[in-house]
Design a protein around this ligand. Sequence first.
Ligand code: BMP
Length: 272
Amino acid sequence: PTTLIPYGERIKLHTNPTAIKILEIMNRKKTNLAVSVDVTTASEALKVIKRVGASVCMVKTHVDIFEDFTHEFTEELVKLSKELDFVIFEDRKFADIGNTVSLQYSSGIHKISSWSDLTNAHSVPGPGIISGLSKIGKPLGRGLLLLAEMSSKGSLAINEYTEKTFKMVKETDLNREFVIGFIAQNRIDKIELIKKGEDYLILSPGVGLSLKGDSLGQQYRTPYECIFESGSDIIIVGRGIYGIEGDEKAIKDEAERYRQAGWKAYEERLNR
Ligand code: BMP
């Protein structure tokens, strides 16, 4: 299974430039940590990113949360992604018909496709959502993740929905040229459908070393549970890192603690 192959050896199983870049960075920096910077100003987000950058393979944003969004922010973010060696993932969760999402992805205030390496979409509208986003993103070498499962309590993305999401990708994007993986809680690509040599990235949010949940339905698992037990490839951590009490160094140290926990779980998985 994919979970027994080192990240570095999975690079050759991909053709999408963003998938290759992610696996190369993970291998080079020994990190399977993505930090989600869900703060309400772009200036605060940049501060967090500078502190955690060295420990992560990916920075995840929700730019529609920012009160002070400008394109100077995205320029600075792209610059930092090169200096500190990470990919940018705008967690936009597109969920409309192909034509609308292609416009939402390329236009509006945020112009996501012009700066974000990776974005994601719900499968609920059907395969047209993949085609609509692909039209914009594929020529730019961008990548897409589909949401196959969610971390929140009561999620409807389970069982048949999850399986059908996986099948939709297989049928719509035959060579994984644009869809490079899934947001999921489990290794959903282990089902027989997967042909030898085909690889998808599984990214799991809802991760905390000491957090247990919040009052709004979020559920947390440890890096070990995600990476070792469920076979996920990348852990996504938000409040567990940027929400830590303390000085500037506390966030940096916490990111490093999560990086080490995620990497240790991965090494144990390989040696299973
Ligand atoms: P936190 O670690 O603070 O709970 O943040 C989790 C992040 O991951 C949030 O940005 C949220 O939007 C995102 N997320 C999630 O929590 N569960 C999912 O199933 C999918 C997500 O994108």
